[in-house]
Design a protein around this ligand. Structure first.
Ligand SMILES: [Cu+2]
Length: 65
């Protein structure tokens, strides 16, 4: 399991936006975004490029820290 910290999430809409952004990335499965912790957990079915993850989260309006 991979855990990332995400800055900028304030409500369940943000959780959904981040969840969708992660789910769209090839190789990422079992996404769980935690608003209280300000982070996300996911499994990598195959190696995932963290720069891509950062980029997609940023496009959704948030920041991986
Ligand atoms: Cu929100």
């Amino acid at each position: 399991m991979t855990t990332i910290k995400i800055k900028g999430m304030t409500c369940n809409h943000c959780v959904m936006a981040v969840t969708n952004a992660l789910n769209e990335i090839d190789g990422i499965k079992n996404v769980k975004v935690d608003l209280a912790k300000g982070g996300a957990d996911f499994d990598e079915e195959k190696a995932v490029d963290m720069d891509l993850v950062r980029d997609r989260i940023k496009k959704a309006g948030y920041e991986v820290v």
